[in-house]
Ligand binder design. Structure first.
Ligand SMILES: [Zn+2]
Ligand SMILES: [Zn+2]
Length: 248
């Protein structure tokens, strides 16, 4: 299976997995992997690393925007097989260990089953391991505040709401924002295109997700790499404003 890899800037790649995106940041022989798709996306993760001239051994760290199954899927595999550290916001660490699970339930999805796109999405999600148990056994909080000493020099930006410890990653020099599920550009269950919040059922605390758009609005950049949907080129500030307008 071939992953769809798109170079968006020097050493910056957006990968479209089966339904979720991840990002690879390369610098020399080393790489940072941001998110890892569904458990069923593992071959695509490995293929995407190969396509950018990297490998699982060369990944210095895995950064996770948030511990939903469609982003956490191969994190424990990489940690166990290669000793790769898995970093998240400290509020997301227990979520990655599955001390608790704040993820839309099958019952909640079925209640929304009348909405366009929800049932096909749910079938794919379940087939790809969306309800599998994929805890990370030793997730770690970010090792520093501010820019991390990793390829791409990503700066974690706490954006709670979708989950309590959701983190976006800002690349100030490249003008890129990796927004995870705090701000997306599309989803199989949404008929809207362009910058938006995910449908309500996916957020742990929707009000806080809306408030976190203020945080993203303050970040300089003109390339948005979301957890779902295509790359969005244009002001990050404007993208966050647009999502807020739609959310009201
Ligand atoms: Zn999510
Ligand atoms: Zn997601």
């Amino acid at each position: 299976m071939r992953a769809e890899v798109q170079q968006v800037a020097d050493g910056t790649y957006l990968v479209h997995g089966s339904n979720t995106n991840w990002v690879i940041l390369t610098e020399g022989d080393s790489a940072t992997l941001v998110d890892t798709g569904y458990p069923g996306d593992r071959e695509l993760v490995l293929d995407s690393l190969a396509q950018v001239g990297s490998s699982p051994e060369a990944v210095a760290a895995v950064l996770i925007t948030h511990a939903h199954n469609d982003h956490l899927g191969s994190a424990e595999y990489l940690r166990a097989a290669h000793g790769t550290p898995i970093y998240l916001h400290e509020a997301e660490v227990p979520h990655a260990r599955r001390d608790f699970l704040h993820q839309v339930s099958v019952g909640e999805v079925l209640k929304n089953g009348w909405r366009p796109g929800v049932l096909p999405w749910a079938v794919h999600a379940i087939r790809s391991g969306g309800t599998a148990k994929v805890p990370v056994s030793a997730p770690e909080p970010f090792p520093a505040s501010g820019a991390l000493d990793l390829p791409g020099r990503p700066v974690p930006v706490h954006t709670p709401g979708h989950t309590l410890g959701h983190s976006a990653f800002h690349l100030p020099e490249a003008g890129v924002l990796i927004s995870g599920d705090a701000l997306v550009s599309g989803h199989p269950t949404s008929r809207t295109r362009g910058p938006q919040l995910l449908p309500d059922m996916f957020h742990h605390e929707r009000g806080r997700a809306v408030a976190s758009l203020d945080v993203l609005e303050g970040l300089a950049g003109d390339v948005l790499l979301p957890g779902h949907g295509p790359v969005h080129r244009g002001s990050v500030r404007r993208a966050a404003q647009r999502a807020r307008e739609l959310a009201v």
